[in-house]
Design a protein around this ligand. Sequence first.
Ligand SMILES: [Zn+2]
Length: 126
Amino acid sequence: MFEISAEYSFAAGHALRGYKGKCEHVHGHNYKICVTVAGEQLNALGLLMDFVDLRAALKALAERLDHRFLNDLPPFDQLNPSAENLAKYFWEGLEPEVRKQGLHVQSVTVWETDTTSATYHPSPQR
Ligand SMILES: [Zn+2]
């Protein structure tokens, strides 16, 4: 099994609904997203997937959120814009692109600060 990873950063504001503490108030983060793609087979060039394609897919999703107030944007107008829900949002957005190449998104990690992150990966098939 091979894995490759790419990172992308963006800035956005949010407020956690129903949370008792500082994060219920409007504030911002410089989010860092790290996506890891996995697969068994390399292509003829010895690549799992071109980093250019992976970063382009990640950038397209992140640019929708960049310099915006996340609570105003679907699905975060309904779903709390936590790091956990952001990680799943990126996983769901990237998986169809990556699957076209016969690969899958192993995990997505969202860093809210240098020391705090949340990771989403689908549960193993039972
Ligand atoms: Zn926050």
